[in-house]
Design a binder for this molecule. Structure first.
Ligand code: ATP
Length: 220
């Protein structure tokens, strides 16, 4: 289970952007979280991925409550969640070739030896040709870079995926391809998904259920 309980979070102590948010995902379940721009969806997604420390509340992953966030999160919890953000250029080191970008979580967890095989497999899944893997972010399109970022999110085979507006910057066919890759991965592994966005048509088609921000956060 992925459980967020009474999460209050923000960037200044007295001005939280998320107040009292709570949601529960069962193993393998997918939830589409809808809400207007600026309501706090990305902030909550980052809390769920253990990338932002909440001011109050708890995040529990498969029975383990997070005691630290960002670099203080235990590795076993951090690696249980794969994250894809809206803007791949902000999420990718501009100096890295795409093959190194995809393999980076393996290197960071001491599994460098698996990199070549894993990158080749994932490149095939996300539709990145070998020539693209040798390029750096400024030499590829947003859609190609997002494919690499999705491959990076999958490389440690996480039990949970957080996709924060993953397809917002992409054309319809690339968006459909990336959703297809996520769904194939989930079918293979049973991973659960939190997909954040503001397109109800996409999220209703993609996810088992959708929730609106008003249902999970704010005054109850
Ligand atoms: N790093 C930051 N520092 C200060 N304020 C921030 C920061 N990131 C976001 N905010 C503010 O927090 C609020 C919620 O932002 P957030 O990105 O979580 O919303 P969102 O629902 O994901 O929006 P969108 O759909 O436009 O991406 C906004 O008012 C935003 O300006």
């Amino acid at each position: 289970m992925l459980e967020l309980r009474d999460i209050t979070a923000g960037y200044e102590r007295r001005r939280p952007v998320v107040e009292g948010a709570r949601l529960t995902l069962h193993p393998g379940e997918s939830l589409g979280l809808l809400g207007p721009s600026g309501c706090g969806k990305s902030t909550l997604a980052r809390v769920a991925a253990l990338l932002h420390r909440p001011d109050r509340g708890t995040v529990t992953l498969d029975g383990h409550t997070a005691t630290g966030f960002r670099h203080r999160a235990p590795r076993s919890l951090r690696t249980a969640v794969g994250v894809v953000f809206q803007q791949p250029r902000l999420a990718a080191d501009p100096r890295m070739r795409l093959r190194d970008l995809v393999a980076e979580p393996l290197r960071a967890t001491g599994r460098r030896a698996e990199a070549a095989g894993a990158v080749a497999d994932l490149a095939g899944r996300v539709g990145l040709g070998a020539d693209l893997l040798d390029r750096r972010p400024h030499e590829v399109s947003d859609g190609q870079l997002q494919r690499a970022c999705l491959a990076r999110a999958l490389v440690l085979r996480p039990r949970w995926l957080v996709c924060d507006e993953m397809t917002a910057m992409l054309d319809a066919s690339t968006a459909a391809a990336l959703v297809g890759v996520v769904e194939e991965y989930r079918a293979d592994t049973g991973a659960g998904l939190l997909a954040v966005g503001h397109d109800p048509v996409l999220l209703r088609r993609w996810c088992d259920r959708t929730a609106h921000w008003k249902e999970i956060a704010g005054p109850h």
